[in-house]
Design a protein around this ligand. Structure first.
Ligand SMILES: Nc1ncnc2c1ncn2[C@@H]1O[C@H](COP(=O)(O)OP(=O)(O)OP(=O)(O)O)[C@@H](O)[C@H]1O
Ligand SMILES: [Mg+2]
Length: 486
């Protein structure tokens, strides 16, 4: 069985590679060593041929692409741990950036993201979410692609202009709600998020790559700006989760994970998320394991993560927590209770005493049971501590083969163009609808009349839809997170 060397006391504290898809948790207060622990884990995974994804919020993750060096502090740790198998190394990194400045562009389409996540992103209330659902239904049923913001806005405009007709088929659509969605979109655009929606959309297989020596690629998302927009950041991570879930096949219990994801500042995934969304995260986290994906949540305090998700995180590294307030103490207590106790120390007490880069650790054993909690020091990272050199970063971006694939965006025929065509044909159809209005005025609204009108509408839309239908082929089906099924 392959084991990853993560930490040491008198003994090595190792992570079973075959249990690494049983997910994990890295928790601890500011400055206690979480980021370095993440890097040590990522290095070991990479070395074992497991690609990794992580986001870089403070700019201190990307430097995993540079070799580290031994200073006094590192030497002290090496001596303390009696590490004789340590050497400095650089790791293979691909940088990604949804704002397209500090990495390979990451894009997706509105259609792929779906109503649930777009609803979270736009921070809509229930009524507005109802209308958003209709917008997606209109698009999905006709295979009308919403690729970018332009498409989305065009469809909103179309639906708003023909509200009454769409309402007949889909239910009430208030123009106030459409207005609210449009304003939310403007806000998103002003945050620069429109670059995220477009094509080519990222194929998640492009995260599962290796360097020439077989090391797993470490995919680092520049999240320095993204993190300032917590909704966008959280939605992005949920989208990744959903895409992974959707695109990878079942593998059962693999010898090692296909890929490991680190979700930094994981509490943001759950902050003001609906109960429905949290349940879905829980469900996906549970199911994605058998697709060979390990998810590691990184957060200051484990109580920021819902119980149902926390319960599934088998591999745990708990750095120090502060214990100033009664609330702190409660958090420590509950963190301590999640471990299998070690009779040699009081877990809750030790959580308050841990030094930087020291942690309480419990990984799963070969049988998948949690080991008794150990107090140990995390190994020093083999790569550089601190911020990446600007030149190294530029080279990484420019030399990435993926940059060629994703650098240029393209704009194929989608909702905006289709609706444009519909509007160009409008004179003819508006004549028809005018005459239907006239008859409506002369006759009292009666059942047969209504039918006639809706069939008229159906004829018009089916005209639009059949042109679109021929192009796209089929109705869009949505999966667990409401993202597009492949
Ligand atoms: N395992 C380790 N080996 C060597 N040095 C370490 C280790 N862990 C932490 N350190 C030292 O402690 C510093 C702080 O650690 P780190 O940046 O990982 O904290 P953090 O918990 O991520 O903090 P923040 O919440 O502010 O991001 C590091 O810059 C490094 O100098
Ligand atoms: Mg950190």
């Amino acid at each position: 069985m392959t084991q990853l060397k993560i930490a040491k006391n008198e003994n090595e504290v190792n992570l079973e590679l075959s249990q690494a898809n049983r997910h994990g948790l890295i928790a601890g207060a500011t400055g206690t060593g979480k980021t370095i622990t993440l890097k040590v884990l990522a290095e070991q995974f990479s070395k074992a041929g497991v690609p990794v994804f992580m986001s870089d919020i403070k700019g201190d993750i990307s430097s995993i692409a540079e070799s580290g060096s031994i200073n006094d502090k590192i030497q002290e740790r090496l001596d303390l741990l009696k590490l004789d198998d340590y050497s400095n190394n650089a790791y293979p990194v691909t940088l990604f950036d949804i704002f397209q400045k500090n990495g390979v562009p990451v894009r997706t389409t509105i259609t792929e993201m779906g109503p649930l996540l777009i609803g979270k992103l736009l921070d809509l209330n229930n009524t507005q979410l109802g209308v958003l659902d209709i917008v997606f239904k209109v698009a999905d049923e006709s295979g009308l692609l919403l690729i970018d913001m332009k498409d989305f806005k065009a469809l909103l405009k179309e639906i708003n202009a023909n509200r009454a007709e769409y309402a007949e088929k889909y239910g009430n659509i208030s123009s106030a709600s459409i207005g609210a969605i449009q304003r939310s979109l403007l806000r998103l655009e002003s945050e620069g998020a429109e670059t995220f929606f477009g094509e080519p959309a990222l194929e998640l297989e492009d995260f599962i790559k290796f360097d020439e020596s077989g090391k797993g690629m470490i995919n680092v998302l520049d999240a320095s700006v993204l993190y300032q927009k917590p909704k966008l950041y959280a939605t992005f991570l949920l989208w990744l989760l959903s895409e992974l879930f959707e695109s990878l096949p079942e593998v059962g219990d693999p010898e090692k994970p296909k890929i490991v994801f680190f979700f930094d500042e994981a509490h943001l995934l759950f902050n003001d998320s609906s109960k429905e969304l949290i349940e879905k995260v829980e469900q996906v986290v549970r199911l994605i394991r058998s697709k060979g994906v390990g998810i590691y949540f990184v957060t200051q305090n484990p109580i920021d993560i819902p119980e149902s998700v926390l319960g599934q995180l088998g591999n745990r590294v708990q750095h120090a927590l502060r214990s100033y307030t009664p609330k702190d103490q409660k958090a420590i207590k509950s963190a301590a209770q999640t471990f299998r106790q070690n009779e040699n120390f009081d877990t809750a007490q030790v959580i308050g005493e841990l030094k930087t880069g020291e942690a309480l650790i419990s990984f799963l054993n070969e049988e998948g049971q949690p080991n008794i909690v150990e107090r140990a020091f995390i190994r020093p990272p083999e790569s550089k501590i601190g911020v990446i050199d600007e030149h190294v970063k530029k080279d990484l971006i420019n030399n990435s083969p993926l940059n060629e694939t994703y650098k240029e965006t393209f704009d194929r025929e989608s909702a905006f163009e289709m609706l444009q065509k519909k509007i160009e044909k409008q004179p003819e159809t508006s004549e028809e609808s005018k005459s239907s209005k006239k008859t409506k005025n002369t006759q009292k609204d009666s059942e047969p009349k209504k039918k006639e009108k809706s069939s008229q509408f159906q004829k018009e839309t089916s005209k639009l839809l059949s042109t679109v239908g021929r192009q796209i082929g089929r109705e869009i089906v949505r999966n667990i997170f409401g993202t597009k099924r492949r």
